[in-house]
Every structure is written in structure tokens, then in C-alpha cells.
Design a protein around this ligand. Structure first.
Ligand SMILES: N[C@@H](CCC(=O)N[C@@H](CS)C(=O)NCC(=O)O)C(=O)O
Length: 215
């Protein structure tokens, strides 16, 4: 049996990061999809390894990693056969920077999800504020993606960290017309077999949301 095991939920963008990273590295892993609706993430199997009861939870034998970005760095370190960090020091620094910096984008995307997914009638003022914060964040990523990827002109670990959140924007209906580089980047990611293989299953079966149709 493969030593790597990933607990994940369909639509969890942090979990998607780890799936993409393992696929890009060509790693075999046991895929353990859990259901939020059945509270499986708070059940004994997940809670015994991750007391927060969250996904992603990655196991490598008796090693447990419960933070998605930490999991990316761990995988790069433990499975160096297919490297996702550049060897050039300057390019590597950029990839480290963007991988960690993806937390800012994660935060702004999560802001929209918290308002729209878990609220029947979200406060319009709060929604407008969250969209403004997201637009401000996207200005940075518009600059970072001008050479095709988020850290230089080839795919790196940083793209596994950022990519799922950019594709979440498309899922939520954003055309990204004000952010043409990000829009092109989204197309690049969407055409990558590893992203296609790991796209949240329920996204493929249900129409996109219209939460960001004005963006
Ligand atoms: N900072 C964590 C966030 C993990 C997280 O928020 N996971 C969500 C799903 S996207 C979750 O498991 N939520 C259930 C809960 O918190 O009870 C990471 O990047 O891995």
C-alpha cells in the first residue's frame, strides 16, 4: 500500500493544492474523500490524526501534516525525484515567496465563500467589501502572472499553491476581464492534465456559481 494518504473534500481548495502537487510529482497515494455533509471530517478516523478535524490531512506513514502549504513543502522535500522548486537561487526565492503569499489570496477567496456559501441572505455591504478586498489582492497576482506562471515562466510549487484559488474564482463566475494575465493563467491551469484530473468532482457535475459574475 502507498505510504501517502490524503483526506480531502470535494471543493476544498486547500486540499486541491495537495492533490495537484502529488499528481505533478507523479506520486502514488491513497485518496480518502470525506463528506462534510456526513461530518466525516469530525469522525474518529480523521480526528485521530488531525484533532482540528480539517482537510487536507496528509499522512506519510506516521508523519501527519494538516496545513496545505506545509504539505507542499514537505512533499517537495521528501519526494525530490520530480522537483517543483527551481534550482536557481533567485527563481527559488520567488517560488518560496509566492507559495507562502498564496495565503493572502486564500484569505480573500475564503472571505467570499464564507459570505455566500454559508448565508442565505448575506449583507450586501459585507459582500461589496469582500469583493473590493479580492480585487485589491488580484492586482498583485495580475503582476505576478505576467510571465505565464506565478514565479517565472515555468510551473513551480507556487502554482500548486495558487492555482486552485484562481480556478475557484472562475467557478464562482468571475470573468477576470480586469485581470487579463490572471485570466490567461487560469486557462493555462485548466488545460493542465493534473488540474483536470483533480478538479473537484462536484464542480464538474453542477453549474458555476454567479457570486463573482460582476468581476
Ligand atoms: N489553513 C488550512 C485551512 C484548512 C481548512 O480550512 N479546511 C477546511 C476545508 S477548505 C475544513 O476542513 N473545514 C472544516 C472545519 O474547519 O471544521 C490549510 O490551508 O490547510
Amino acid at each position: 500500500m502507498a505510504p501517502l494518504k490524503l483526506y480531502w473534500v470535494s471543493g476544498s481548495t486547500p486540499a486541491w493544492r495537495v492533490q495537484v502537487c502529488m499528481e505533478e510529482k507523479g506520486l502514488q497515494y491513497e485518496s480518502k474523500q470525506v463528506e462534510f455533509s456526513k461530518k466525516e471530517h469530525k469522525g474518529p478516523e480523521v480526528m485521530s490524526v488531525n484533532p482540528r478535524g480539517q482537510v487536507p490531512t496528509l499522512l506519510d506513514g506516521d508523519i501527519v501534516i494538516c496545513e496545505s502549504v506545509a504539505a507542499l513543502f514537505y512533499l517537495e522535500d521528501a519526494y525530490p525525484e520530480h522537483k517543483l522548486l527551481p534550482t536557481d537561487k533567485k527563481e527559488r526565492a520567488a517560488a518560496y515567496q509566492r507559495t507562502v503569499e498564496s495565503a493572502n489570496l486564500q484569505d480573500k477567496v475564503s472571505g467570499i465563500v464564507r459570505l455566500k456559501m454559508f448565508n442565505q441572505n448575506p449583507d450586501p455591504e459585507a459582500v461589496a467589501k469582500a469583493k473590493e478586498a479580492l480585487k485589491n489582492e488580484l492586482k498583485y497576482w495580475e503582476d505576478y502572472t505576467k510571465s505565464g506562471y506565478v514565479a517565472g515562466s515555468s510551473f513551480t510549487l507556487a502554482d500548486t499553491a495558487v492555482g486552485p484559488f484562481v480556478l475557484a474564482l472562475k467557478r464562482f463566475g468571475a470573468s477576470l476581464k480586469e485581470f487579463p494575465n490572471v485570466a490567461k493563467y487560469a486557462d493555462t491551469l485548466q488545460s493542465r492534465p493534473t488540474f483536470q484530473k483533480t478538479t473537484p468532482p462536484h464542480w464538474k457535475e453542477t453549474p458555476n456559481q454567479d457570486w463573482l459574475s460582476d468581476m
